[in-house]
Design a protein around this ligand. Structure first.
Ligand code: ADP
Ligand SMILES: O=C(O)[C@@H](O)C(=O)COP(=O)(O)O
Length: 424
């Protein structure tokens, strides 16, 4: 019987972490999500996979490196046998980019020579074909991700996104694994020697084939979106003994209204807000916030006046308004102000059932709530599980990546929370 976790995951944001955790559970692993390095205090975790959520996607490279390496030390101490760096299925990174440097640092520390680069998440329309990333029918650079407030994506070629981010000595060590190569079921010599192997993948079958191919190779660093995770989980649990028979945890929301917070400005989130128009909604005006005309107290008073099963507080705006706001107030400055306000709304409203839309926003909310770890429950939609804090507060939380979910997402979240609460 194995006594150590099989898989250790470092996620560069909090929605990405819960996305990953949900697919590991789906693949048959028990999984715990640990929130931030501050929560990695001495403890032995009885779980097949540990997902450590960081907020390193948009921080300075040095900070991302320091935190990712500390996270790796924690996972090594826990005895993890395989390692996965989870970044966004749309390769979200700033112009300087933290994905390449973190991969290089993890490879060096683990003494590994190859990383699989597999952002694909076909369940949510993220596919890679001939090395180009697609979001449903659109190239990444034509998709709404081109207008992201912090990480606008202007190129769809994974190799060209990665190349400027990795160490100059390795910039030519990028190879591509096509669908034909996948079907051939073996790597050619240049693919075997490549430091970074970018995988084409347009469906679930390809993910399964990639996992099987990886299993035949010497140890590799796994990197990418959550799609591959489900199949790696299946494969690793079939190979090794698992620590726990229980994969998905029982989540029991308390009978209280749901607080929905949206800091994501994605097209998907804006459509979801529009569709949830039967719920009371509070729109955060960034200019009023910056001028001090909008205070936390206004939002808290408003929340407490509502008599509804859920309330929605959002700052989401369309791309044209976001760029106007950023020109006026500064991109980072206003992003942080909004994140702080939304995080404090979650804390001071004392809500026990919370749904957050947006990766950076989720990181800010979970950190402000000081939740060390989550158990993973059922998913509202692919990649968005309902989780419960592993503490006496038993806060139920769902962290939605900005671009996940169809337009009914908030209503679906509310239904599932109510259903789980009724079963409690
Ligand atoms: N109206 C707005 N103007 C400018 N920035 C905003 C606005 N609303 C939210 N933001 C910021 O945009 C960022 C959105 O990122 P994030 O929460 O990760 O969403 P997503 O998951 O869509 O990427 C956050 O830092 C948030 O504070
Ligand atoms: O891989 C994904 O698409 C998500 O898990 C993710 O990382 C999303 O990031 P945000 O859109 O910033 O929430």
């Amino acid at each position: 019987m194995a006594t150590k976790p099989l898989l250790g995951v470092i996620a560069d944001d909090f929605t990405g972490a819960s996305d990953m955790a949900s697919f590991l559970v789906k693949g048959g692993m028990s999984c715990i999500q640990i929130n931030g390095l501050a929560s990695t205090h001495k403890q032995t975790l009885n779980s097949d996979a540990i997902v450590l959520a960081l907020k390193t996607r948009t921080v300075a490279v040095e900070q991302a490196l320091e935190q990712s390496l500390q996270a790796l030390e924690f996972l090594l101490e826990q005895g993890c046998q395989y390692f996965y760096f989870k970044y966004c299925s749309t390769f979200d990174s700033t112009a300087k980019g933290n994905i390449g440097p973190v991969i290089d640092a993890l490879l060096a520390r683990l003494n590994l020579v190859q990383a699989i680069i597999c952002p694909a998440l076909p369940a949510n329309g993220r596919t890679v074909y001939q090395g180009h990333l697609f979001v449903y029918q659109q190239l990444l650079s034509d998709s709404p991700l081109k207008d992201h407030p912090l990480t606008p994506m202007a190129d769809s070629r994974v190799a060209e996104l990665l190349r400027p981010q990795v160490a100059p000595a390795y910039q030519q060590a990028i190879e591509h694994l096509s669908i034909d190569d996948l079907n051939a079921k073996q790597l050619n010599p240049s693919q075997q020697q490549a430091r970074y192997l970018i995988c084409d993948c347009i469906n679930q079958q390809h993910l399964s084939q990639i996992a099987q191919l990886i299993a035949q190779q010497p140890a590799m660093l796994l990197t990418g979106g959550s799609g591959l995770a489900e199949y790696m989980a299946q494969l690793l649990t079939a190979r090794g003994n698992t620590l726990s028979q229980q994969h998905q945890c029982a989540v029991k929301p308390l009978p209280q209204p749901v607080l929905i917070i949206a800091g994501s400005c994605s097209k998907a989130t804006r459509e979801q807000i529009a569709e949830a128009n039967a719920l009371p909604q509070f729109c955060v005006d960034p200019v009023k916030l910056a001028k001090g005309e909008l205070k936390l107290k206004h939002i808290l008073d408003w929340i407490h006046q509502q008599q509804a099963p859920a309330v929605l507080v959002y700052s989401s705006q369309a791309p044209e308004q976001v760029s106007q706001t950023q020109q006026l107030l500064g991109q980072q400055n206003i992003a942080e102000k909004i994140e702080n306000l939304l995080a404090q709304t979650a804390v001071q409203s004392k809500a026990s059932n919370i749904v957050v839309a947006g990766g950076e926003t989720s990181g800010a909310v979970v950190s402000a709530l000081n939740i060390s770890s989550f158990n993973i429950g059922p998913s509202i939609c692919p990649g968005v599980p309902i989780m419960q804090s592993n503490d006496q507060r038993a806060i139920s939380l769902a962290l939605k990546s900005g671009n996940f979910g169809d337009k009914h997402f908030f209503n679906q979240a509310l239904s599932l929370i109510q259903q789980l609460g009724a079963q409690a």
